[in-house]
Design a protein around this ligand. Structure first.
Ligand SMILES: Cc1cc2nc3c(=O)[nH]c(=O)nc-3n(C[C@H](O)[C@H](O)[C@H](O)COP(=O)(O)OP(=O)(O)OC[C@H]3O[C@@H](n4cnc5c(N)ncnc54)[C@H](O)[C@@H]3O)c2cc1C
Length: 450
């Protein structure tokens, strides 16, 4: 059989699992992988909290997968602008879209053009050393009293990073400049606002315990807000995660007074963000009540409201994927419609199109959840392989095309050079890793270490 030419768009965890599953097919493959970031691994590098060191170390596992596959990596290349569908649609037998999610679900009524209002993506990219796509967020305007709307794992990550002692952050790969800013802000209070009750909190028990067990913080919550209704009790009895979350919350009611405080406000929905002199300085939250069947309870606003003064406000209510030029997209689910990973509407071309990861199933689950989904997608690809021999491909050399267009890209060897440098510089600074995220620093590293 002739070599099957594959293009993978995106180099996050799902793309790495696709490569792993492709390599296990033993088919003769030649894989090109592009990512708009200069380095591979997607949110593992740009989103996962720097103190989640065990998860972060998955880069070694994914690195081995990419290293051993017949693969060429092209970092710093955006699909849709640097390389278009027209360029590649007749140049590959199969194209896998593994582009993850693009942006936050914005909270209506929040003005994200203010420097002390941000979506969680701006914040997590910042503390991972990257500059977000849409950023008016200025970390210097966080102040000491931060509000976070949402109670999923990302909200808890942000609260934990803000409340952790700088000395503990210093050991991680978090850039020292970010740690210095957090230190300067003297963050003493973080308020988490959850629209529903403790039984409906989206976070996982592990993340909740990790935050509440920080020995430097006092957790404050109204004991009556964790009293469960009969319907909540059904959810509690039927779902291990709910049971564990509620039990963890019950234990923190009597924590000791400390200089840093985490306030958890359940059944609270944003009514108004108060702006003065171009900055949010507080919120009025409306209390909600829940009604409906277990696991499907909906919120209704009540007339009761309360005011909380804040120095900044972050929304963390989930992510959404973005449409890719020429590729069918569901604007409601913000995912690519597919059947077992094969994109349902195939554009006219030699290539057959597939998808994997968050752009396939939406932003749920941990990194490992992407593995079985990637395998399903590759199984669909394998079922189509016999049809590929009838497709004649146009000659195409991605590296040559990018050079002709004067697009700077970074190869997998470039990544390995950076990776070695980041780890050895990190060791010198007593950090897990000294991250290179700016093109000028990457260029300098490659010039002096290649
Ligand atoms: C803030 C945050 C923290 C998390 N923490 C954890 C954790 O602690 N543990 C855990 O198990 N899971 C965690 N997750 C979940 C985990 O990150 C996801 O499951 C996983 O990253 C999804 O993989 P993916 O490949 O689908 O998407 P992504 O990781 O987003 O990768 C998509 C890749 O596609 C690239 N891309 C997108 N569009 C284009 C384009 N047009 N051209 C070229 N490239 C493109 C992006 O640059 C990116 O590299 C976290 C998620 C978030 C958001």
């Amino acid at each position: 059989m002739d070599t099957i030419k594959v293009l993978i768009v995106g180099a996050g965890p799902s793309a790495c699992y696709v490569v792993d599953a492709l390599a296990k097919t033993d088919l003769p493959l030649s894989i090109d992988m592009i990512d708009r970031y200069p380095q591979p691994f997607g949110l593992l590098r740009t989103g996962v909290a720097p103190d989640h060191e065990r998860i972060k170390s998955l880069d070694t596992y994914f690195g081995k997968i990419l290293d051993q596959a017949p693969l060429k990596f092209y970092g710093n290349i955006s699909f849709g602008s640097d390389i278009t569908l027209d360029d590649v649609k007749d140049a590959y037998h199969a194209i896998f879209f593994c582009t993850g999610t693009e942006s936050d679900n914005d909270v209506p009524g929040l003005d994200y053009s203010l420097s002390n209002v941000a979506g969680s993506r701006d914040v997590v990219e910042w503390y991972n050393g990257y500059t977000s796509q849409r950023t008016h967020f200025d970390p210097l305007s966080l102040g000491n009293n931060v509000g976070i709307i949402g109670m999923g794992n990302v909200a808890l990550d942000i609260a934990r990073i803000f409340l952790k002692e700088p000395v503990d952050l210093a050991k991680t790969e978090m850039p020292q400049s970010c740690i210095d800013i957090i230190t300067q802000q003297h963050i003493s209070d973080v308020h988490i606002f959850a629209r529903r009750g403790p039984a409906q909190a989206k976070c996982t028990p592990l993340e909740l315990a990790e935050l509440l067990e920080l020995d430097t913080i006092q957790t404050l919550l109204d004991p009556s807000s964790i009293t469960l209704s009969d319907t909540d009790m059904v959810e509690y009895n039927e779902t291990k995660r709910v049971q564990k979350n509620v039990d963890i919350l019950k234990e923190v009611i009597s924590t000791k007074s400390r200089s840093k405080r985490l306030h958890i406000h359940f059944c609270s929905q944003l009514k108004e963000a108060h702006v003065n002199d171009g900055a949010v300085n507080g919120v009025t939250m409306a209390k909600t009540i829940l009604s409906g069947d277990p696991h499907q309870q909906q919120t209704t606003l009540t007339d009761e409201s309360y005011h909380v003064p804040l120095t900044s406000l972050i929304s963390s209510t989930g992510y959404k994927g973005a449409a890719l030029p020429g590729i069918v997209f569901n604007e409601k689910t913000h995912c690519i419609p597919h059947e077992a990973g094969k994109i349902t509407t195939q554009p006219k071309s030699s290539a057959t199109y597939y998808c994997a990861g968050w752009i396939k199933r939406g932003p749920q689950g941990v990194i490992g959840t992407n593995k079985s989904g990637a395998k399903e997608t590759v199984d669909s690809f394998v079922a189509d392989v016999a049809s590929f021999s009838s497709k004649s491909l146009q000659p195409f050399d991605l590296a040559k095309t990018l050079k002709q267009r004067n697009h700077t890209y970074y190869s997998y060897d470039d990544w390995k050079t950076q990776n070695d440098f980041e780890i050895s510089e990190g060791e010198k600074k007593n950090k897990k890793r000294f991250k290179l995220t700016k093109i000028t620093d990457i260029e300098h590293c490659l010039k002096t270490n290649s």
